[in-house]
Design a protein around this ligand. Structure first.
Ligand SMILES: [Zn+2]
Length: 303
């Protein structure tokens, strides 16, 4: 065989190999789970749908039905993906393991230890929403809850392997102390043994670069907190926790009746307002149904 024919044969074989490899890759990405997420170059904020909470008693918020456009509350959970690690902020009301997704909205009847009941509509598990963008529970390095109420701790146990960021007063109330409002201890009992960082100051800079800051905003509960996320394109965002539930609490200056300290809530609102002014950050009221409906949801993200 002449030398040029040998080369031609070799090239044909190489082309066939490359073609089949490319076809296999295409077939694989069409059928298998998404690739494991890589650390992003800059901070990303993902908004997950953790359900809708139906609320029948507006009196608890010092509001009337006429004061709000809807009494329904959104429940958002958030992933902050930072080049140096990942943080989950709030985990909804309904534990993933307590219901089976059907592909449509499922109404869950949540019974609290004190006998109170609430209805929540859920669509996708938090775990599935994380998996969709390439994160498993073990990829989460930090868990921070705005506060201990049941509609924020639903899936807290899932993140017991992460480092929990919590003020001492809040942790004490959760494990045997006096609490205010509704608690579902079975959803966060595993945090008892989690690696924990006790937050002692007004601000905790999670990745030491000023981009993700847990800020004390007590009042709703003893150790209630909000989260500031500084994004390269979007700018600053403050995730409210339950500093407000309905925008009307802000416009009509109302504080819920079941707060640990209404006075502290008012002071925290003034402090957060000053912070928003100083930084130019937007406030996202997590339970604000209309506000939440306008946000991009995962797999889209803010950066
Ligand atoms: Zn809440």
């Amino acid at each position: 065989m002449r030398k040029s024919n040998v080369i031609r044969l070799f090239l044909a074989a190489a082309a066939a190999f490359l073609f089949s490899a490319a076809t296999n890759l295409g077939a694989q990405s069409a059928t298998s789970a998404p690739q494991k997420a890589k650390p992003p170059r800059s901070v990303r904020l993902y908004v997950f749908d953790c359900g809708v909470l139906h609320n029948s008693d507006m009196g608890r918020f010092n509001l009337k039905k006429e004061d709000v456009t809807t009494t329904d509350m959104s429940m958002a959970c958030f992933l902050i993906a930072h080049p140096k690690g990942n943080l989950i902020w709030d985990t909804g009301a309904v534990p993933d393991d307590s219901w089976k997704p059907t592909g449509g909205m499922v109404t869950q009847h949540v019974t609290l230890p004190d006998g109170q009941t609430r209805d929540a509509d859920v669509d996708k598990t938090l775990r599935a929403q994380l998996a969709e963008i390439g994160y498993s529970l073990s990829d989460i390095n930090y868990l921070a809850l705005s506060h201990y109420h049941y509609d924020h701790t639903g899936n807290a146990n899932e993140f017991a392997g992460a480092t929990w960021l919590v003020p001492q007063l809040e942790r004490d109330a959760m494990f045997g102390g006096k609490f205010y409002g509704s608690l579902q201890p079975s959803t966060f009992s595993a945090l008892d043994k989690s690696k924990t960082i006790i937050l002692k100051n007004d601000e905790y800079d999670v990745f030491s670069d000023g981009s993700v800051i847990v800020k004390a905003a007590p009042g709703h509960t003893q150790g209630h907190q909000v989260l500031y996320v500084k994004l390269a394109k979007t700018g600053g965002v403050v995730l409210s926790g339950d500093l407000y539930h309905y925008p009307a609490e802000k416009t009509l200056d109302r504080v819920p009746t079941f707060d640990f300290s209404q006075e502290q809530t008012r002071a925290s609102r003034v402090a957060v307002d000053a912070f928003l002014k100083k930084t130019g950050a937007q406030l996202w009221i997590q339970h604000d149904f209309a506000g939440n409906a306008k946000l991009k949801k995962s797999p889209q993200f803010y950066e």
